[in-house]
Structure formats: C-alpha cells, structure tokens
Ligand binder design. Structure first.
Ligand SMILES: Cc1cc2nc3c(=O)[nH]c(=O)nc-3n(C[C@H](O)[C@H](O)[C@H](O)COP(=O)(O)OP(=O)(O)OC[C@H]3O[C@@H](n4cnc5c(N)ncnc54)[C@H](O)[C@@H]3O)c2cc1C
Length: 381
C-alpha cells in the first residue's frame, strides 16, 4: 500500500468509484480508493438501481439529467461494455387530487428543463402499466427517459475506467481514523497502515457520519434500513417502475420476469447498520404491493434482502468541502446515490481539484443545513 497520496477516497460504492473515475478523467494523479470490503458491498450492491428524472426541484432534476447523460456513454467510454440499461420509464402514482396537483406542478417544472414527462389519467396509467390496479387511482406522471442500470456493473465500470487511468484500489482495508492537524487533513489511518494525504473524500454512504466523526466533522446522515424482494419469473410484460407515495413502496418487473419491490418499515430502528431481513417486513411489503398489483397474490418470493439508505435532513446529496476541516470533501448520495452517481462523482472531483463546477454547488454543499437552505422536494422520497 502507498504511504502517500494526493487524494484518498473512502468507500468503493457508486459514489466512491464514480469520484475515482471522474477525478482520473480530469487528470488527477496519485489517487487511491480504500474500501473495507469489496466493490460494491454497501447500498450500491443491494439496490434496485432505478434512475429517474422526475423530481420536484430544479437542483434534483439537474442531477438526474447530468447522470443519465453519463450512463448513456459510460459502458463504451470505460471499455466495460453493456451496463444493462433499460429505459422502461417511471410512473409516479397519485391517489388524491392534492397528490395530482403535486404531479402536475412537478411536470410543469420538469418541462422547463426539457424533461419529457407527462401527466396521465387512470386510463393512461393502465396503458403504460397493464398490471396496475387503477380503481382508486387519480392518475400519475410518467417519463420514458428513466429506467434501470445494473448497479454492480456500473460501479465496476467506474472502477475499471479509474484503474486504467492509474487510480489504485485497496479492498478489505478499513479506515480507522483521519489525522487532522491545525484544521487540515494530514492523513488517513487504516488497519493496514497510514496514508499521508491532504485530501480525503468521504464516499461512505450510510456510514458517512462515522467517517465524519473521525475528522471531527458532523455529518447529518442516518442509516435507514430498507428491505426489498423479488418474485419468481412471470411472463414478461414490462412497463415502468411504479412509485407509490401512499404506501411508500415501489414495484417493477425486471427483464427475467420477476417483480422487484421494496419498502422501508418506519418502525425498524434507525441509525444503525443492519443487513438482516425480517419476515414481518416482507409480509407487510407484500400486503401493500398486492393491493396495487392483485395478480401477484399467489406468486412466490424467491429472494429477500436488506440494505441501508443514508438519509439526511432533506434526503438530497451532500457534496463538496466542509467548513470545519480543510481537505475533507463529501461525496454522499443519501437515498439516491446510484441514480445520481455520475453527478456526485463529477461534482466531488471538481471540488477536489477546485475546478469550475458543472452545476451550481450551493444546493448540494453541507453548509445549506446551517443556513436553513434545505431542498424542498417531496418527489425525492
Ligand atoms: C434495497 C435498496 C434499494 C435501493 N434502490 C435504489 C434505487 O432504485 N435507485 C437509487 O438511486 N438508489 C437506491 N438505493 C439507494 C442506493 O443504493 C444508495 O444511495 C447508494 O448505493 C449508496 O452508494 P454509496 O456509494 O454512497 O454508498 P455504498 O454503496 O453503501 O458504499 C459505501 C462504501 O463505503 C465502505 N465503507 C464504509 N465505512 C468504511 C471504512 N471505515 N473504511 C473503508 N470503507 C468503508 C462500505 O463498505 C461501502 O462499500 C437503494 C438502497 C437499498 C438498500
């Protein structure tokens, strides 16, 4: 392992590998990435890997647009090949007139940025999602430029692209401390030795606050347990990912025919990292989803797993420097680090290199919380 580096990235998930890739593309040298396990061990390897453009704030829509434009070229640009991108669209359902009003307002905002979303009535929802029960539905919004990407392949493509440009990856190497002297980062301490550096990137997702503490930086990220399952394969009819704000669930049919669905039980203890699954949560998730897709009533679940979201005060990303410690850069994607991975990596790399940012940074930096400038975007959940 190296004894010195210009930049040490902590975390080998979507955010860390993306930061490594864009840093190397921007010409940075002597960059290393340290991962306590393997790529992608955390949320990235466990997620549903849906990406979307439909949000209710300009800042989140811009993250989506920048990221999708990068997904489109990543496989070829890195030489990794197919990333299994499937642009099946997203349907955000609404069950009340108030929710419909939200969908209409968001679509209007999205149109100002060129996002081709549309408002649908229940009949239109049924046309795009034939398996959906629309009896109680008021309508929804739908956009075809959204879909899924294979999250393992995405992270490994970023990793390959970065390694090809000289970034060194140290797996099974746990960061145990960060040396700070005179308010500046001076080194990263691992269980395999110390790396002297003046720049550390915290890309540890749901572990983000623990890494912050090592440098005396308070990061408002709380782990939130999220459980997900997939059914046995059924005849493939496709259609969009359906996000239901009423039940807090999502569901989509994947290409091999299985239905993928997930839910965060609000009664599960927050603030700790726990990958165990619970039968009770699976039952409740299935009860909710069968109301939306009655045809799933007697279909077998073949796999159920748990992961963690990193959750923050406004659920949106935290990227860029922190006020307390010079050389400490955040690349934290919170609940959406997979879909926003390219944007997070680009903005974090630009912060490290003090380059002109590709997007205005104010909405994404950590000081927005102290200033009270939270991103108001109920569609982000
Ligand atoms: C079930 C589920 C479904 C999801 N679905 C979606 C979805 O459809 N779309 C979407 O965009 N997002 C989704 N998410 C959220 C998404 O997975 C996360 O936002 C994203 O993967 C986080 O990426 P990350 O790189 O920030 O963190 P991670 O992928 O968690 O990577 C952080 C890494 O840091 C490492 N690390 C931590 N501490 C240390 C240390 N001390 N030393 C060294 N390494 C350390 C960890 O081992 C880990 O590999 C889902 C999450 C879950 C759990």
């Amino acid at each position: 392992m190296r004894k010195t580096a210009d930049v040490v990235i902590i975390g080998g998930g979507a955010a860390g590998t993306s930061t490594a890739y864009y840093l190397s593309k921007m010409g940075a040298k002597n960059v290393v990435l340290v991962e306590q396990n393997y790529t992608p061990f955390g949320g990235t390897g466990r997620c549903a890997a849906q990406f979307r453009l439909q949000f209710g704030s300009i800042s989140n829509c811009k993250l989506g647009l920048l990221s999708v434009s990068q997904f489109d070229v990543l496989g070829e640009e890195t030489g990794f090949g197919d990333l299994e991108i499937d642009k099946h669209g997203y349907l955000l359902t609404a069950y009340t007139e108030e929710e419909m009003e939200c969908r209409r307002r968001d679509v209007e905002l999205q149109h100002t940025l060129g996002i081709q979303s549309v408002v649908l009535d229940p009949k239109g929802c049924k046309e795009v999602a034939p398996f959906l029960e629309v009896g109680e539905l008021a309508g929804g919004s739908y956009c075809t430029g959204e879909g899924t990407i294979n999250p393992q392949k995405m992270a490994l493509a970023f990793k390959k692209g970065a390694q090809d440009r000289g970034v060194e990856f140290y797996n099974y190497t746990k960061v145990t401390g960060i040396r700070v002297e005179g308010g500046k980062v001076k080194g990263v301490i691992t269980d395999k030795g110390e790396i002297a550096t003046e720049c550390v990137v915290n890309a540890t997702g749901e572990w983000g606050k623990f890494i912050g503490r090592m440098a005396g930086v308070t990061i408002p990220v709380e782990p939130e347990k999220h459980q997900i399952c997939i059914t046995e394969p059924l005849e493939y009819i496709g259609g969009p990912m359906i996000y239901d704000y009423r039940y807090g669930t999502y569901i989509s049919q994947v290409k091999h025919g299985g239905f993928l669905m997930g839910w965060s039980d609000p009664d599960v203890e927050a603030g700790i990292i726990d990958f165990n699954t619970e039968w009770r949560v699976l039952e409740e998730l299935c009860r909710r989803v069968v109301k939306q897709v009655p045809a799933l009533a007697n279909v077998r679940i073949v796999r159920h797993w748990a992961g963690q979201y990193g959750n923050g005060p406004d659920h949106s990303i935290i990227v860029g420097p922190v006020p307390e410690v010079e050389g400490f850069i955040c690349a934290l994607g919170m609940t959406k680090a997979t879909m926003f991975a390219p944007a997070i990596g680009i903005l974090a790399a630009e912060s490290v290199l003090k380059a002109k940012p590709s997007l205005p940074m104010e909405p994404y930096t950590i000081d927005r919380f102290a200033k009270g400038n939270l991103i108001i975007d109920p569609a982000l959940l």
